[in-house]
Design a protein around this ligand. Structure first.
Ligand code: GAF
Length: 355
């Protein structure tokens, strides 16, 4: 009988729709080829023993331990959730092999939690009459981040890494948890470039933006900040920060719809324009960018990208740029020459038609 169970999850890049996922809006993430694999061996005691290719020393913890702010928290939190869901009855020995750079806004933490929960679902296969769906896994993974790790994130990352498929973007309505898979362009690539600046969702800045959105939600009396009327938001008697955050959310949500139509109609200039406008809004209204990232985005378009923007939670991490496949290599060489601190992470597109 098998005594260990393996599951995988990819990293994700968000093409557009930032900070809309806890404000009732749309997002458009895509699965990356970087990802991780977890091998889980259930234990009869409550120990959590983790090895990872990213860390020299193994972590030895217990299911009863509170989060301490290190990398193994993610594993303890996921295994506690697996126990609460009835997938496991005790701790586990985990081995993690990951190619997702941490602290880069590419959902390494969501991928780890989702992969652990999927491995636990395998371990439990047959014991439960109705196994958890991938959407239920995503919801449980968000609970781990919100409740165990204290990260006030939305649902985008968990849905993307649990359900997205290569070659498509996931047009996700985060209110209804309904999604369509939209084909990526086959003439262009969406390239993920790391700015060289790492960040953590627990460093307070993500939480501060969420608190400002929450203040605006209380003012407007709605959970769905993205769906407020633009005029109403502009005329609101709100302090400056919550008003700017609201205006970003409303316009960003509309840009996601524009980007989805652009992908469906293969209208790459419209996609690029939405990406460029999104970056300006993140910089000026949500105030989640940093000058070196603005410079990298400006270089990306200056050197020929149709559109470019910061991607993920902000304050560091990666940009995503849309560039014609035929121009990609020269564009990338010039970009990295101009920004030696930057590095290529990954690229997504549809396979060229006919291949
Ligand atoms: C992070 C969060 F985890 C997501 O929920 C989302 O809010 C994103 O930042 C910003 O769009 O990845």
């Amino acid at each position: 009988m098998t005594d260990h169970f393996t599951a995988c999850a990819p990293g994700r890049v968000n093409l557009i729709g930032e900070h809309t996922d806890y404000n009732g809006g749309m997002v458009l993430p895509a699965a990356l080829s970087v990802g991780l694999e977890v091998t889980l061996a259930p234990r009869s005691d409550s120990a959590v023993a983790v090895t990872s290719n990213n860390y020299d020393a193994p972590a030895i913890r217990d299911l009863a331990d509170d989060a301490v702010g290190d990398w193994a928290d993610t594993c303890v939190g996921a295994l506690r959730e697996a126990n609460a869901l009835g997938l496991l009855d005790g701790g586990a020995t985990l081995d993690v092999v990951s190619t997702i750079p941490e602290g880069s806004g590419l959902s390494s933490s969501a991928a780890l939690i989702v992969a652990i929960l999927k491995a636990a679902r395998f371990a439990n296969a047959g014991a439960n009459a109705a196994p958890l769906t991938d959407i239920e896994i995503a919801i449980a993974a968000r609970r781990v981040e919100n409740q165990y790790m204290g990260v006030p994130c939305g649902i985008m990352d968990q849905m993307a890494v649990a359900l997205a498929t290569p070659g498509t973007a996931m047009a996700l309505d985060t209110r209804a948890l309904q999604y369509d898979l939209v084909a990526l362009p086959d003439t262009h690539e969406l390239i993920v470039v790391h700015s060289g600046l790492t960040r953590k969702l627990t460093d307070g800045r993500y939480g501060a933006r969420k608190a400002e959105c929450d203040a605006a939600k209380r003012y407007f009396g709605t959970e769905d900040l993205c769906l407020i009327d633009w005029e109403e938001a502009q005329n609101a008697d709100l302090s400056e920060a919550p008003k700017k955050r609201t205006l970003h959310c409303i316009s960003e949500n509309l840009r996601v719809h524009t980007a989805i139509s652009a992908l469906q109609n293969r209208d790459i200039p419209a996609l690029g324009q939405a990406m460029n406008e999104s970056h300006v809004s993140m910089r000026d209204l949500f105030e989640m960018s940093l000058p070196p990232i603005d410079a990298l985005v400006a270089s990306a378009t200056d050197l020929g990208a149709v559109g470019a923007r910061l991607t993920g939670g902000g304050f560091g991490g990666c940009i995503v740029a849309c560039i014609a496949k035929s121009e990609r290599d020269t564009w990338l060489a010039k970009l990295l020459d101009r920004h030696p601190e930057a590095r290529l992470i990954d690229a997504v597109s549809a396979a060229a038609s006919g291949t």
